[in-house]
Design a protein around this ligand. Structure first.
Ligand code: HEM
Length: 482
């Protein structure tokens, strides 16, 4: 595949081979249908949440339509959601890349599709992730967050190591008592403390209540917003009736959210003030966006990503741990630093491969800003202004035209010249891994730090241990390094 890069203005760089027009492909009608009014969306909803689950849902429709671009409904929908479930699914790298082109799509209120949780969860305002690039607040807030990340890089690795140390101490003590330790119980407080400190400058030690339960409060706050969109798949039909039929209210978490607000207002004062004086935000905008970035984007993202990354290491039977260990020990004699970590290309590749196969944010949406022609490899399609595109990344990242043996987990995939070139097609951050997040696009502001943090997370383990063992989210044994 041809892999030259283009970069226009502040747009994310999209490989020319998968970027939109010039079009000389045959124009096709978009296959698939929305079915009969109401009945079609109910039937798709039940498939999505109950009979098939998202993966099979998209896969079977892709096969049935013999196309990676097709019409379908995605929930939440009938009966009590005032949403329009009709989307055009884009399931190959080339068609998916249209989601990054802010000239042809808009991203207003489509973070999780046509459905949007109540803004009472975010101080009655629309925070950054729901704003389109055409809205002036988007630039202000994205620049504010980018500035926070730039400044926090000073303490990023030291704070991360300190929280990882507490986390693994806790896991070791629990294994000594119970022979096994649930990894998440220690991961979540560590992540919460880490992001409070690095992003908001707020030390949880200053508030015993937040230190004790802040990380649980955020999980509940996230759950109430997102449950209507999440396939759980164990409690049917109760799940359909109680979790997928209406928006969940804010009031059960209101007082705890207020506690987080007060905490960030007080302990994150300096950061909040900078948001006001340097980026033109109101104090409330600065604090609610800080909570959202810290709680939803960062804490939420890593709470999903790290357990999967650890499972990949624990489940490997090919000697991966030994190879990681050799890389870490040979590259980190001066400690874990931005420079030493950059050299760990096996761990980088492992992190990329995990993000490819299990993107923590699986679905991305964007609405056509105007009529345009969308292209996949062999056809072009007319998209009308206002239509909603839905990309389901777990399938897009298995595009056989881009990735050899796409279903296989290959921790070396992104190494070497050929492997590095594949980064143009790694889309977990709502943009190519080679793109640059900016106020002109909607790519994850934390893109580079997310990868670096994951690399340090793995490197830390193999500086501390010669090997670890466990499964299903638990650690059962470890061999301490001498
Ligand atoms: C594993 C961790 C993470 C994952 C998987 C992740 C993924 C994503 C994705 C997919 C989007 C785009 C959503 C969309 O519009 O469709 C996004 C947006 C965003 N992310 Fe991340 N993210 C992670 C961590 C972080 C961190 C650590 C930060 C910053 C501290 C961050 C800040 C943001 C912001 C501010 C946006 C909105 C960008 C905009 O509106 O222009 N994320 N993230």
């Amino acid at each position: 595949m041809h892999l030259t890069m283009t970069s226009s203005g502040g747009m994310p760089s999209i490989p020319s081979s998968i970027s939109p027009p010039p079009v000389s492909l045959p124009l096709r009608n978009i296959p698939g249908s929305y079915g009969f009014p109401l009945l079609g969306s109910i039937s798709d909803r039940l498939d999505y949440y109950w009979f098939q689950g998202p993966d099979k849902f998209f896969r079977t429709r892709m096969e049935k339509n013999r196309s990676t671009v097709f019409r379908t409904n995605v929930p939440p929908s009938f009966p009590f959601f005032p949403t329009d479930p009709r989307v055009i699914a884009v399931l190959d790298c080339k068609s998916f890349a249209h989601l990054f082109d802010m000239e042809i799509v808009e991203k207003k209120n489509v973070l999780v599709g046509d459905f949007m949780p109540s803004i009472s969860f975010t101080g009655n305002m629309r925070v950054c992730a729901y704003l389109d690039t055409s809205e002036s607040q988007h630039s202000k807030i994205k620049n504010f967050i980018t500035d926070i990340l730039r400044r926090s890089s000073r303490i990023w690795i030291s704070e991360l190591e300190s929280n990882l140390s507490t986390m693994w101490d806790g896991i070791e003590s629990e294994i000594a008592k119970n022979k096994t330790s649930g990894f998440r119980n220690f991961l979540q407080p560590a992540l919460f403390n880490f992001f409070s400190k690095t992003l908001a400058g707020a030390d949880t030690a200053k508030s015993p209540e937040v230190a004790k339960s802040g990380y649980i409060d955020v999980i509940i706050w996230l759950g109430l917003q997102l449950v209507p969109t999440i396939h759980i798949g164990v409690l049917q039909p109760l799940e359909e009736i109680f979790l997928h039929s209406f928006r969940l209210p804010f009031f059960p978490i209101a007082s705890r959210y207020q506690r987080l607000y007060d905490f960030f207002q007080k302990e994150g004062k300096e950061v909040v003030e900078r948001g006001v004086t340097e980026f033109g935000l109101t104090k409330e905008e600065a604090i609610h966006n800080l909570i959202f970035t810290m709680g939803f984007n960062a804490y939420g993202g890593f709470s999903l990503f790290f357990p999967v990354l650890l499972d990949r290491i624990l489940n490997d039977k090919t000697g991966l741990q030994q190879r990681i260990l050799e890389e870490v020990r040979s590259k980190s004699s001066s400690g874990l630093t931005f420079e030493s970590v950059k050299e760990m290309d096996l761990i980088y590749s492992l992190v990329y491969e995990t993000l490819r196969l299990d993107p923590p944010v699986p679905s991305q949406y964007a609405r056509a800003r105007k009529d345009f022609k969308l292209t996949s490899y062999d056809s072009a399609y007319n998209i009308k202004k206002g239509e909603l595109l839905c990309g389901y990344q777990p399938l897009v990242m298995r595009d056989p035209k881009v990735f050899d043996e796409p279903e296989a987990f290959n921790p070396d995939r992104f190494r070497g010249e050929k492997g590095v070139a594949l980064l143009d097609y790694l889309f977990w951050s709502n943009g190519p891994q080679t793109g640059t997040p900016s106020e002109k696009n909607k790519q994850c502001a934390g893109k580079d730090l997310v990868v670096l943090t994951a690399v340090v997370f793995v490197a830390y383990i193999f500086k501390r241990y010669d090997s670890i063992a466990g499964e299903g989210g638990s650690i059962t044994a470890f061999q301490r390094a001498n």
